[in-house]
Design a binder for this molecule. Structure first.
Ligand code: GLC
Length: 472
């Protein structure tokens, strides 16, 4: 009798559990994040009406290279009245835009996902929406849904597609920096529009890999209501932490799936948990007519590698031209990084951060299963040495060597310092990868000590003081 009662209770519990499980609960965060953790490398695209002036307004340069707010911030930087700025839409006619080209380039670069600005802070929508006329279909001569073309092409070429969405700043619909410009919408109407936009983005464009919210200055309630729509409509969509204010606690950031590090920041140490760095190829995010602070291919590879070695994904930005093409410098770098990835991708995709909480004068490490990848960014013909790994690797070779010819491995008398003998010159000056294969999971000695040698500044000029008050 007791047993029957027990079985009955279990059956009841199971039944009620089934009833309370909604589609969203079935997908766990680990499920959602699996591909993203393996991907490590994505493309960021900043594109909108700001591409037309390219950082310059009435003879003055508002680009970040001049210590101003940046080309994509020009509406705020140059204090352009809403109506005047909106006129740019009549000039936005990027007839050379070809989704196939863009997506093919991202693939050639070895990127695994794409995130594009569906609406930046200027409020202009690159997608077809019923909830404002300020969009590519209704306000421009171009009249093609850019988000749709890219989403379809990504599905075709089998690469994940996501959107950036500026939920707090909207200088057109919500509040302009120029105080004489009255808000175009009431606060409740604006917030309703955001919900509706999210609804459209999450229903009309197939599977969205990422919702890259930007600038979580709103209230917790506001952020959670936006996160909830995403989760409900597409439980697999990964949500960026910028849905929330940076200083909210982890527990408060209920819907955030990964931490977006501050712009262009390379983590200074290993990061626990899922994180991503977004990085420009020059100073500005949006297209700029004369910002020539291009990072070299080596700069880009090093930032990608350092991020991976600290457990961080890397989202590399392009700011396409008003004609709809990537800049030649962007194409060059994407192709060159792609060449490097073709040979060395194994040391990035699906890897984990370095086993050490420090790096080395010559570079850093990533790891996967029983392999350690030594990323040598500063060559040392005397050999590449490190301490702290227990046991001898079964095999050491250059990842670029298809024959995997063995490199000799030396140990000092204590057995703690390992040195790999290498050729006199760096086989790849961007980063030469040496693979160490072990027979079992790599173990680190408790006594292993070191410090971080590799750091990267954002390289961006500090903003002019009088501009600071324009930031929140
Ligand atoms: C910033 C800027 C913005 C850019 C973004 C990229 O927060 O406001 O212009 O889109 O970072 O991460």
């Amino acid at each position: 009798m007791k047993r029957t009662l027990h079985l009955l209770l279990v059956a009841c519990a199971l039944f009620s559990a089934t009833l309370s499980v909604s589609a969203a609960d079935v997908v766990t965060q680990d499920d959602r994040m699996e591909w993203w953790r393996d991907a490590r490398f994505g493309l960021f695209i900043h594109w909108g009406l700001y591409a037309v002036p390219g950082g310059e307004w009435k003879g003055k340069d508002y680009g970040q290279e001049c210590g101003e707010q940046g080309s994509e911030w020009i509406m705020a930087g140059a204090q352009i009245p809403r109506k005047e700025y909106a006129q740019l839409a009549t000039q936005f006619n990027p007839i050379q835009f070809d989704a196939e080209d863009w997506v093919s380039l991202a693939k050639a670069a070895g990127m695994k996902y794409i995130v594009i600005t569906s609406k930046h802070h200027d409020g202009f929508c690159l997608f077809d929406t019923e909830h404002t006329d300020y969009n590519v279909m209704d306000a421009t001569p171009f009249k093609r849904d850019i988000i749709k073309e890219l989403a379809d092409e990504c599905a075709k070429q089998d690469i994940r597609f996501g959107v950036y969405y500026s939920q707090y700043f909207d200088w057109y619909h919500r509040r302009h920096r120029l105080e004489s410009d009255k808000p175009a919408m009431s606060e409740p109407d604006y917030l309703k529009m955001v919900q509706n936009h999210l609804g459209e983005l999450l229903t009309n464009y197939g599977e969205l890999a990422v919702l890259w919210f930007d600038m979580g200055f709103g209230s917790l309630k506001e952020a959670n209501s936006q996160g909830a729509v995403v989760r409900e409509l597409q439980p697999n969509t990964i949500i960026c932490s910028r849905l929330y204010r940076r200083n909210f606690s982890e527990a408060q950031k209920k819907y955030a799936d990964f931490e977006s590090l501050p712009d262009m920041e390379i983590a200074t140490h290993r990061v626990a948990g899922d994180a991503e760095t977004c990085m420009t190829m020059r100073h500005n995010w949006g297209y700029d007519l004369d910002d020539d602070n291009w990072k070299s291919t080596k700069d880009v590879v090093e930032r990608l590698v350092l991020s991976a070695s600290r457990g961080v994904n890397f989202l590399l930005n392009v700011g396409p031209t008003p004609e709809g093409t990537f800049c030649p410098e962007e194409i060059d770098r994407m192709k060159a990084v792609g060449e490097w990835m073709k040979i060395n991708g194994e040391s990035i995709y699906g890897t984990k951060a370095s086993p050490f909480d420090f790096d080395f004068p010559w570079g850093t490490m990533t790891q996967k299963e029983t392999k350690l990848y030594l990323h040598v960014m500063k060559w040392n013909p005397e050999g590449i040495g490190f301490n702290g790994v227990m046991g001898k690797p079964a095999k050491a070779y250059l990842l670029a060597d298809p024959e995997q010819r063995e490199l000799s491995v030396r140990h000092d008398a204590s057995g703690h310092i390992t040195t790999i003998d290498v050729p006199g010159e760096a086989p790849d000056t961007n980063d030469t990868v040496i693979v160490l294969e072990f027979n079992a999971t790599v173990e680190i000695a408790k006594t292993a000590k070191g410090r971080y040698h590799w750091s990267k500044s954002t390289g961006i000029k500090p903003r002019k003081k009088n501009r600071k008050k324009n930031r929140e």
